[in-house]
Design a protein around this ligand. Structure first.
Ligand code: HEC
Length: 308
């Protein structure tokens, strides 16, 4: 906890933060206490029991590692986080992501342009800079201490297992800067230039620029919740596959929905009152363009277009 709350990350350590730190520490003690009576909360035992395989991918190829063999090496422990998906404080048996990455790629610190990509079994992908992925608050959860193995996430009832990336402490709750990919089965090291592969057209945007401007808006404001072609967030639906949103909703409805979803239904999508007509033009232009460049990670053979 020192690293998160006292390690210079927070400038001007306020009394609130100290109280929160004390609360979190209190939680951790309680957790250790309970662990004595419950062998399944013993972090080492948990790590040895995680089923499945982790695929580790880099320029040299793919390594398939048995989770129950590799995880116990990384000092599994109980870590507390304020979790925006669960909207509460959660305790996970977890291993530090930085240690895991160092084991896979010992020279990672000397690769300033490296990025780490986390992929789930259904093809969803999220990227982090190697630096952020190795920062002290980044952890990989193996199990929920209070709701083993994992409590389903949000209304979507998503299952975070086998591995869930989260950030220790109270302050890293912004999913845009600190995403929390779940269901991780593959960890890849990629070059930052590579970008996500399928969120832009394979041969770039057209000359008029509206789709490209829309893409920039989408990356900044929508991608953390929505995927395009399976790449991006998962709180909201993928807006391109299997059907592009503009193939089954009218353009006026899509525009109105993006601005104020509550006029359609009471769901989990925030309103975007600040988007102007021009912004909406650009978002629609991008979505329409991507409708012509579908890639469905669930059916890669059937849907991959030529040249992508
Ligand atoms: C905090 C997460 C979040 C953000 C940010 C977000 N959305 Fe959504 N969006 C959702 C969820 C969740 C739904 C599913 C509907 C619901 O829960 O009511 C949704 C639904 C939609 C739909 C309707 C899909 C349908 O079935 O009709 C569209 C279109 C959409 N979002 C576009 C966008 C765009 C464009 C942006 C960025 C400007 C955006 N969303 C930002 C979470 C989000």
């Amino acid at each position: 906890m020192k690293d998160v709350f006292g390690g210079g990350v927070v400038t001007g350590l306020s009394s609130t933060v100290v109280v929160i730190a004390a609360l979190l520490l209190g939680c951790q003690e309680a957790a250790t206490h309970r662990a004595d009576h419950d062998s399944m909360a013993d972090p080492l035992a948990v790590a040895k029991a995680v089923p499945g395989t982790l695929h580790v991918v880099d320029e040299r190829g793919t390594r398939n590692l048995t989770l129950s063999e590799i995880l116990p090496k990384f000092t599994p422990r109980i870590v507390v986080t304020l979790d925006p998906y669960y909207q509460s404080t959660k305790r996970f048996v977890a291993v530090p992501l930085g240690e895991l990455l160092k084991e896979f790629w010992p020279g990672l610190d000397n690769e300033p342009h490296a990025e780490i990509e986390f992929a789930a079994a259904d093809g969803y992908k999220v990227r982090l800079s190697a630096k952020l992925a190795q920062s002290p608050p980044a952890f990989i959860a193996l199990r929920d201490v209070d709701h083993p193995p994992f409590e389903p996430i949000s209304d979507r009832k998503a299952d975070p297992s086998p591995l869930y990336l989260f950030w220790e402490g109270k302050e890293w709750t912004n999913l845009e800067t600190h995403p929390r990919p779940w269901g991780i089965v593959t960890i890849s090291k990629v070059h930052s230039g590579q970008g996500l592969q399928h969120v832009t057209p394979p041969h770039g945007f057209g000359a008029d620029g509206c789709a490209e401007a829309g893409f920039r808006l989408f990356s900044a404001q929508c991608q953390r919740c929505h995927a395009i072609n399976g790449e991006g967030g998962r709180l909201g639906p993928d807006l391109n596959v299997p059907r592009n949103i503009l193939e089954y909703r009218s353009e006026p409805d899509v525009r109105a929905y993006i601005k104020d979803p509550a006029t359609f239904r009471y769901g989990n999508m925030p309103a975007h009152p600040l988007l102007t007509t021009e912004h909406l033009d650009q978002l629609v232009c991008y979505l329409r363009e991507m409708g012509r460049h579908k890639f469905d990670p669930r059916q890669p053979a059937a849907k991959t277009e030529k040249g992508s």
